[in-house]
Design a protein around this ligand. Structure first.
Ligand code: 13P
Length: 253
């Protein structure tokens, strides 16, 4: 089964509200004839403006706005944190969880990410869970056990029905922002490994429904070869999602 291609943008710490709105207005024009699903994750303050821009462009069935992170707590004295409910009310539909930059710079553990997955599901936000191995883990041949552990711990208490709505992004750390993307062959093999893992745990039907995205130095010149792979259903784009012409070219690959 081939799922409708899904192209997601992780803007990281880039773009003001005005910039986000201008981008979305142009993106809507440039991708008007595309059937692809588009997910965009702006910074927290730009979410509501981005949602409004999608509504103004009458693209709500095609472009979904989400967040890059959220708190693992529901509410309370957690200065600087943003809850799932706040995101939901600002119009976010999905949330990126467990990005390697969160794990690396903000000490997020699988246990913390697991709590966020549960909060997102409970609140009605689609979790976009990121997993991925380091260069050392890939080269030493340990990457499968690293990925299995991330899946096992982050998806604890998720049932098959919830799992079918989740998105998983495989983002090898060595490919993020480095210009060194995983080859289509490596990406496909790893996605197959992840889908097999999902099948074993949640059953065949679920494993066929789950979207598996690849992330790490996706550009307009490598998108087609990545998307040709059977188990790559979409991509999560960082650097190349910041320019509207480049990102539109990726969406319209
Ligand atoms: P780059 O596309 O800049 O490598 O970033 C990938 C990423 O981290 C997306 O979440």
């Amino acid at each position: 089964m081939k799922r409708i291609p899904l192209i997601a943008a992780n803007w990281k710490m880039h773009k003001t509200t005005a910039e986000a709105k201008a981008f979305i207005t142009l993106l809507a024009e440039k991708t008007a004839s595309s059937q692809r699903r588009i997910y965009i994750a702006p910074s927290f303050p730009a979410i509501e403006g981005a949602v409004n821009a999608v509504q103004d462009a009458e693209m709500t069935s095609k472009i979904l706005i989400g967040a890059q992170n959220m708190s693992d707590h529901a509410e309370g004295p957690f200065t600087g944190e943003v809850s799932a409910t706040m995101l939901k009310h600002s119009g976010a539909r999905f949330v990126i969880l467990g990005h390697s930059e969160r794990r690396q710079y903000f000490a997020e553990t699988n246990a913390c990410i697991q709590r966020k997955v549960q909060k997102a599901l409970y609140t009605g936000l689609i979790p976009l869970l990121c997993i991925g191995e380091s260069k050392h883990e890939r080269e030493s041949g340990h990457y499968e056990s690293v990925l299995s552990l991330q899946l096992e711990e982050c998806l604890k208490d998720v049932n098959a029905q919830q799992m079918a709505q989740l998105l998983i992004a495989y983002e090898p750390i060595w490919a993020i922002g480095t210009g060194e993307n995983a080859t289509p062959k490596i990406a496909q093999q790893t996605h197959r490994f992840i889908r097999d893992w999902i099948e074993k745990k949640f059953g065949h039907a679920c494993s066929e429904e789950v979207y598996l995205l690849y992330g790490g130095s996706v550009k307009s010149d490598n998108i087609s070869s990545l998307m040709q792979q059977t188990d790559i259903d979409g991509v999560l784009v960082g650097g190349a999602s910041l320019d509207v012409n480049t990102f539109s070219a990726i969406v319209n690959y």
